[in-house]
Design a protein. Structure first.
Length: 615
């Protein structure tokens, strides 16, 4: 016998579950059944693909047994089973990365936090909410040894034991009589686990009437199947209710909240497949981790293959949960086949189009629900605009934007619908502070002319919006791009010779800091602003590239000055201060765009000098 201490993170989870989380205790049974189903999946796959396992008699089932006198609930399966190392790894530690971060970020909202706990694949520990002691007896397929794991939630012991057949048996020594009622347990199974693809049996006391109709009948213990055991994703949609879809989602995702949307597809013809996808209503804990867990399980002809294939959907749809069941793939499909197989590539392409089209339907039919989706996953969806995505147009239709002229979120179509006929482009400004962007000098002229500007204040916007290119044949351009000048310039604006001369002098003074100094068409109130050459990345983009480790050369901005500003009218007649004024103009333009000034002390000295002269 060996005695072990739980990993620190496990202890924290146990304390949370026992004392804080899972207001709905009955879902412990769903979690245990889900684990049993996974164990059957793994053995099923091996019996079909691995010669060592093909001699095993595989008759998958899950069994539940209640002992009212002993107050125990036992759940057993004849799946792959566990050896001593598996028991330590699966029940004594949490291998999933990000666990510590997850624990530190729990909100304290029991309902919200409990919906996240299951995503860690640690639902087994939820059994400690209803049990004071748990015993796990397991024998791994093809092994001669069996082991017994037992714990009181403080520490655990493992010792060798006897077990005839492979599989796992979990014995819960319950805290009270709440879960020793056959009717209650059967209803929980039907509620949460009706559509797992394996039969669940339970020992039930059934009344048997007398055969001849004479005398009294009797009660007999009958091992009876209590779930449908039909792969829900293969059932006709007409036979399923919303609750069927919701409960199946909770089974496969370990999420206790209903999904926002389900997308059920059966494809027949050259390529046959069934898919059932879900959009969650809560953010998966690892959504922004590089090592995120795929949320889609791959089946071939109902045989579980893997739940760890990120190739099944593009990374910008990594929030999607569900099932992909393909007919014409080999059962022993390898990672290379997953990446290169034409059938799977076709299923992936069709699935992506279907998901995006259903999201568009949601956008058009239920704006409130779509906004909830977008606030959860919009940033991830926009990753699909990066590079050369084949679905860029479809993704652009789904993007929502803040606006310089409207309070609500708008689509690009809604932007175009209100464009004046002579407006040539869709304009946006990007950065990370909404208030600063809305008050930026860069959009003063746009405001004055009632031209709408999209306010893109998420970090990813800085990278993906310049790559968007166009929407519905209309160019999408940043307002700080030199290419915009000709589109917003007033026809009657004059290139005053004195102002042009000032531009030349200011450029000479600031030659180490700017690429050029020009007269601005986009300013109405401010004295100056910074823009960038149409072929150069702006400041925010440069900062993102630096964070990503790219050592790109520093790109100098273009300083634009407002020819109608009082400063320049006075500067024409008094150029004594032009050196200090030039540096102050650059510094103020940097500050208005959230750019740090290189030498704040020097800036302060020049400002003080000007203030003294003004007084």
């Amino acid at each position: 016998m060996s005695k072990h201490e739980f990993q620190t993170e496990v202890n924290e989870l146990l304390n949370l579950m026992i004392h804080s989380l899972y207001s709905n205790k009955e879902i412990f049974l769903r979690e245990l059944i889900s684990n049993a189903s996974d164990a059957l999946d793994k053995l099923n796959y091996l019996t079909l693909t691995n010669d060592d396992y093909k001699g095993i008699e595989y008759l998958p089932k899950i069994n539940i047994k209640i002992d009212k006198e002993a107050k125990t609930l036992t759940l057993s399966d004849n799946g792959i089973g566990m050896d001593e190392e598996d028991l330590i790894n699966n029940l004594g530690t949490i291998a999933r990365s990000g666990t510590k971060g997850f624990l530190s970020n729990l909100s304290g909202d029991a309902k919200k936090d409990s919906s996240l706990i299951g995503q860690f694949g640690v639902g087994f520990y939820s059994a400690f909410m209803v049990a004071k002691k748990i015993e796990v007896i397991s024998k791994k397929a093809l092994s001669d040894k069996a082991y017994k794991w037992s714990s009181n939630a403080k520490n655990y012991e493992i010792k060798e034991c006897e077990k005839e057949s492979f599989g796992t048996e979990i014995i819960l020594h319950l805290n009270n009589d709440e879960f020793v009622d056959e009717f209650r347990i059967e209803n929980i199974v039907k509620k949460y686990s009706n559509h797992i693809p394996y039969a669940i049996f339970m020992d039930k006391n059934e009344y048997i009437p007398p055969k001849d109709g004479q005398g009294d009948g009797k009660y007999e213990l009958i091992n009876k199947q209590i779930n449908k055991a039909a792969a829900l994703w293969r059932l006709p949609k007409s036979t399923l209710k919303p609750n069927d879809y919701n409960e199946f989602y909770k089974q496969i995702s370990h999420d206790s909240t209903d999904p926002l949307l389900h997308i059920h597809t059966k494809a027949e013809g050259k390529i046959e497949y069934n898919t059932l996808f879900y959009i969650p209503s809560v953010e998966p804990f690892d959504l922004f981790r590089v090592d995120y867990q795929s949320g889609v399980k791959l089946y071939v002809k109902r045989v579980f293959i893997t739940d760890d294939a990120k190739e099944l959907l593009p990374s910008y749809l990594r929030f999607v949960r569900g099932i992909m069941d393909v007919e014409d793939l080999p059962l022993n499909v390898s990672r290379e086949i997953l990446q290169e197989n034409r059938i799977l590539a076709n299923v992936k392409d069709q699935s992506v189009k279907k998901i995006l089209s259903e999201l568009e339907k949601l956008l058009n039919s239920d704006r409130e629900k779509y906004i909830k989706f977008y606030k959860l996953f919009g940033k991830v969806l926009k990753e699909g605009l990066y590079g050369f995505s084949t679905n860029k147009d479809e993704i652009l239709k789904l993007c929502l934007f803040k606006s310089s002229l409207r309070d609500e979120l708008i689509t690009l179509k809604e932007y175009k619908d209100k464009m004046p006929k002579d407006q040539k482009s869709i304009y946006f400004i990007s950065g990370q502070n909404e208030n600063m962007l809305k008050n930026s000098p860069l959009i003063e002229s746009f405001k004055a002319k009632n031209i709408e500007v999209l306010i893109c204040d998420e970090e990813i916007d800085t990278i993906v919006m310049p790559m968007a290119g166009e929407f519905d044949k209309t160019p999408i351009k940043p307002v700080n791009n030199s290419d915009v000048d000709s589109e917003i310039k007033n026809d009657d604006s004059e290139q005053n010779a004195d102002i042009l001369g000032l531009c030349v002098k200011i450029k000479e003074i600031l030659k180490d800091n700017v690429k050029d100094v020009k007269i601005s068409s986009r300013l109405s109130d401010s004295a100056a602003c910074l823009i960038y050459d149409k072929n150069d990345p702006d400041y925010a983009t440069q900062m993102i590239f630096k964070q990503m480790g790219h050592n790109a050369p520093e790109i100098k901005p273009i300083l634009e000055i407002n020819p109608n500003h009082e400063i320049f009218a006075k500067l024409k007649d008094n150029e004594i201060m032009i050196n200090d004024i030039s540096h102050l103009l650059l510094g103020m333009a940097q500050l208005s765009e959230g750019i740090a000034i290189d030498n704040p002390n020097e800036f302060a000295k020049k400002l003080t000098k000007i203030m003294i002269k003004a007084i």
